[in-house]
Design a protein around this ligand. Structure first.
Ligand code: HEC
Length: 256
């Protein structure tokens, strides 16, 4: 009997430890492949105002080059928009709300113009993660050595020009390799503002936050209902467990 309780305890500890370890790993500061430290994206999938602002930025600034061909416009009712609002505010490239978010540019044109075809962004948040996107969209800088005149701190020599530069303004980045007293080399990043954008730094961060919020939603539009269903399922299983336990006690009470 003692053996049994011991192993049950161990099993419980193991069951609890796994998600905790995953949480700890997730919470640690992540760095991009370029070594630039990623800023945590302060997104909230339940904030419909933020999602609506995000889809507006997406349609106005990204959809000319990138498509989201697995998203239909009328699915945006999920984030609190009516068909009429979708028609009035978001439909530039499509005619009907039932169409997917496609673009007119072909892959060949994209390659010819930018060296690389702009990828479809439907599942980009799942591929890159929200923190990567949030940092990427805030770390473009002027670089006369690239074909587009732009470079990026987390995606060096990216083929994409800074699509939001009128909002953020133009910035420069000096990357310096320095050695500390112990002789360890590390890289320091020095940002400077070359020209002012339409938005302040705080407003710009908020614009990108909303945009990334939308990109995350785009990657899994059903995520919120999936989580809600998950909670209900766990709750029902919990109740079932109580009944099963009482039943088991009832069955075994005469055996011991
Ligand atoms: C002028 C065309 C253009 C516009 C506008 C544009 N992009 Fe891009 N984007 C590109 C190209 C080209 C690439 C491919 C870059 C590469 O691989 O070097 C790219 C790459 C990306 C990537 C990286 C994809 C990867 O490889 O992981 C992301 C994320 C992205 N764009 C997001 C956006 C968002 C969000 C917007 C709107 C704010 C936007 N882009 C607007 C052309 C554009």
């Amino acid at each position: 009997m003692i053996m049994r309780t011991l192993s049950v305890k161990r099993l419980l500890v193991a069951l609890l430890a796994a998600p905790l370890a995953a949480l700890a790993l997730h919470g640690g500061a992540q760095a991009s492949e370029a070594g630039y430290r990623l800023d945590p994206a302060p997104i909230d999938p339940n904030d419909q105002v933020s999602l609506q602002s995000g889809v507006r930025t997406f349609v106005n600034y990204c959809l000319n080059c990138h498509g989201a061909q697995f998203m239909r416009y009328n699915r945006l009712q999920d984030i609190g928009l009516t068909d009429q609002q979708i028609k009035d505010k978001l439909l530039f490239t499509a005619d009907k709300v039932g169409e997917t978010m496609k673009i007119a540019m072909t892959t060949a044109d994209g390659k010819a113009w930018f060296g690389v075809a702009p990828p479809d962004l439907t599942v980009i948040a799942r591929a890159r993660g929200a923190d990567w996107l949030y940092t990427y969209l805030r770390t473009f800088y002027r670089d006369p050595k690239t074909p587009s005149g732009w470079n990026n701190a987390v995606f060096p020599n990216v083929g994409m020009p800074h699509a939001l530069w009128t909002l953020q303004g133009e910035r420069a980045l000096k990357i310096e390799k320095v050695k500390d007293k112990a002789g360890h080399a590390h890289v320091e990043y020095h940002w400077s503002q070359l020209s002012k954008g339409e938005q302040s730094a705080i407003e710009y961060d908020r614009t990108v936050r909303d945009l990334v919020n939308f990109l995350v939603y785009l990657g899994e539009p059903a995520a919120e209902s999936r989580k809600r269903i998950g909670v209900i399922v766990l709750f029902v299983l919990g109740i079932l467990f109580v009944f099963a336990y009482v039943l088991k006690r009832e069955f075994w009470k005469d055996v011991h």
